[in-house]
Unconditional design. Structure first.
Length: 379
């Protein structure tokens, strides 16, 4: 990963983890409080239930005139006191505040009940239990373990999602890096040719046809690169569509590439019928320009390019290197090149496809490796 991708990765990861941990902390806090509240209610219910059982036992012993023998309870300690707050029977219980019905002190809950109604001289039933806080401590530990495990899983998921969500960005950054390399290479060729041609002019102090041809070809290559980059950046969508004589646009483009055709000794076999279509003039020029430029680029020297227009179609057929069948479905993707035969940075067919879709045209392509390629557009 480059610096930009790494920065995006760590930013997304940090944002995801921070938001997840905040949510996890809030959820853990809410769950802990709800569990503590539930445990408190359960504790109060259990201690009241013990007091009720002891009260029933006291009343039953008084009515039956039998000695009272307090039942043992695992949940807490139980003792009974007289009206004078004297311990009569039960577990040893100290520091009882008989003015309160239910309270907690030092982690121990105390319930003071008067349900015995004075039977057997018993005025107070006292129940004490520390089980509630023990259970709360267990709940706290369980939630802490659950939070740690969940946090670990969140980190794993966050890393996975970061890689998955940032994959398109990584792929796009790689495309851009490759595009910059290809664009630099493409610009280097005509610029070098221009520099060499101008150097010769300075040395020879005169112009010859070959030097002028090199300058013209290099200048047009630079302009074509500029036009493609401008379309990718601005797309010229605001330009109005006009009724255009497309056959004349094709004829002008053939003349435009005259020097390049001559240099590769490529013959143009043109059959141009009148072809009026409604399209933005700049996009009409770009459509045939990219098609013819590709045909010339991937044609072998001493070959022929056939261009035909009818009243509602255009076809251009070359005798070049062709395209492998498995690559045909991808060649209209931006920055995709079917091969490295003649350079380029993979935007020409993408621009063609975009213009065809914008105006609702239909495009078909038929290609065979080492035989040639034919592209037809029905307007």
């Amino acid at each position: 990963m480059n610096k930009i991708t790494k920065k995006s990765f760590y930013s997304f990861l940090a944002l995801y983890l921070i938001s997840s941990f905040i949510f996890l902390s809030l959820a853990a806090y809410w769950f802990f409080n709800s569990q503590v509240s539930m445990e408190m209610s359960n504790n109060f219910y259990k201690m009241n239930h013990i007091a009720d059982e002891v009260s029933a036992q006291i009343i039953h012993a008084d009515m039956k005139k039998v000695p009272l023998k307090l039942k043992h309870f695992d949940y807490g300690r139980v003792a009974v006191f007289s009206k004078e707050k004297k311990l009569l029977q039960g577990d040893t219980i100290t520091d009882v505040d008989f003015n309160k019905d239910f309270y907690m002190q030092d982690g121990v809950f105390t319930l003071v009940s008067r349900r015995s109604a004075g039977h057997l001289g018993i005025e107070y039933i006292v129940v004490q239990s520390a089980k509630c806080m023990d259970n709360v401590a267990k709940i706290k530990n369980q939630i802490a373990y659950a939070v740690i495990i969940t946090a670990f899983l969140i980190i794993i998921i966050a890393v996975f999602l970061s890689y998955m969500f940032l994959k398109p960005i990584r792929d796009k950054m790689q495309e851009i890096e490759e595009f910059v390399k290809d664009a630099t290479h493409e610009l280097n060729t005509p610029i070098t040719a221009l520099m060499m041609s101008t150097s010769r002019l300075k040395v020879q102090d005169k112009c010859n046809e070959k030097v002028l041809q090199n300058i013209s070809i290099s200048t047009k290559q630079l302009y074509d690169i500029y036009a493609s980059l401008s379309y990718l950046s601005f797309d010229n969508k605001s330009e109005d569509a006009l009724l255009t004589a497309f056959d004349k646009v094709v004829q002008e483009d053939i003349s435009y590439f005259r020097e390049l055709l001559s240099k590769k000794n490529i013959t143009i076999d043109a059959h141009l019928e009148v072809c009026p279509i409604t399209i933005a003039p700049t996009k009409a020029k770009m459509l045939i320009n990219n098609l013819l430029s590709n045909a010339i680029k991937y044609s072998t020297p001493n070959s022929t390019i056939k261009i035909t227009t009818t009243k509602n179609s255009l076809s251009i057929e070359d005798e070049g290197i062709g395209i492998a069948k498995e690559k045909l479905q991808h060649i209209f993707n931006r920055f995709v090149r079917a091969n490295s035969y003649a350079g380029g940075f993979g935007v020409g067919l993408s621009i063609i496809d975009a213009i065809v879709k914008e105006y609702g045209f239909r495009l078909s392509i038929d290609s065979t490796e080492n035989v040639g390629t034919k592209i037809t557009i029905e307007f």
